[in-house]
Design a protein around this ligand. Structure first.
Ligand code: ADP
Ligand code: MG
Length: 231
């Protein structure tokens, strides 16, 4: 038991560290990005110099993407589990991702009769990150724009969230690799987003199923154990 306690303590220190390092690294990245952009505005650069600056900018954005896919996940988990309202968390996560949807001409629609009082025992920020990473993939799968549908319903044995896009879809081979760290088919992908979503949803006792057809779209079916339905 003592060994378990020490191990848990070490893990929690490590995840605390990961979280604060991510935060600390985000600021210098933002500052560097700003300066590179200022340098780019200056038109005295020759082609080569412009290429150097563009490359630096791309690499900074990649580092930021990694932090964004991973950040909340790095936060200590177990001690902060509270009862959260699933509807509120879905709505909040959609709000967070809305600017990306707007930039990509994607409309997010959500069913109206969302269960009001379904509660889940989870760490709030983590749960949001788990949803956001899935929403983000759906939006990124539709480079020409489209509709991202979020459907949530109370079921007899839990709570179901279905996220459907009309995007590029996946082959069976690609579907098999989902959730594998660093698996990405995107030019600027991190391959960490779904690994994070899967870990978070499994840790709270949920499951994720995927169905997809190449060039037609993809659905992620999340089912969650509902701990309490408030009257
Ligand atoms: P990233 O988005 O950085 O590539 P993820 O872990 O979020 O990493 O996703 C891994 C891969 O899974 C993506 O690169 C893509 O090939 C595939 N994928 C995930 N979601 C979808 C989706 N909604 N439609 C099509 N492909 C998807
Ligand atoms: Mg992703």
């Amino acid at each position: 038991i003592l060994n378990d306690l020490i191990r848990a303590e070490k893990l929690s220190v490590v995840s605390h560290l990961a979280a604060s390092i991510s935060h600390e690294v985000r600021n210098p990245l933002t500052v560097s990005r700003g300066f590179i952009q200022m340098a780019l505005q200056d038109d005295t650069h020759n082609e080569k110099q412009r290429y150097y600056l563009d490359t630096a900018l791309k690499e900074i954005d990649h580092a930021t993407d990694i932090i964004n896919d991973y950040l909340t996940f790095a936060k200590p988990a177990t001690e902060q589990h509270t009862l959260i309202n699933i509807k509120e968390e879905i709505n909040h996560s959609i709000k967070v991702i809305q600017p990306l949807a707007n930039m990509n001409n994607v409309s997010i629609i959500i069913n109206e009769n969302l269960p009001e009082n379904a509660m889940l025992r989870a760490e709030q920020k983590q749960f949001q990150q788990g949803l956001i990473n899935i929403f983000k993939n759906g939006i990124e799968a539709m480079p020409e724009g489209g509709i991202l549908k979020v459907y949530a319903a109370q079921q007899i044995d839990g709570y179901a969230i279905r996220v459907t896009d009309q995007g590029v879809g996946m082959t069976a081979e690609e579907m098999n690799r989902l959730g594998e760290p660093y698996f990405s088919t995107k030019e600027k992908g991190t391959g960490l987003g779904l690994m994070v979503s899967y870990s978070i949803i499994r840790a709270i006792g949920g499951t994720i199923k995927v169905s997809s057809a190449k060039n037609q779209g993809t659905s992620f079916d999340i089912s969650l154990p509902v701990y309490e339905v408030k009257k």
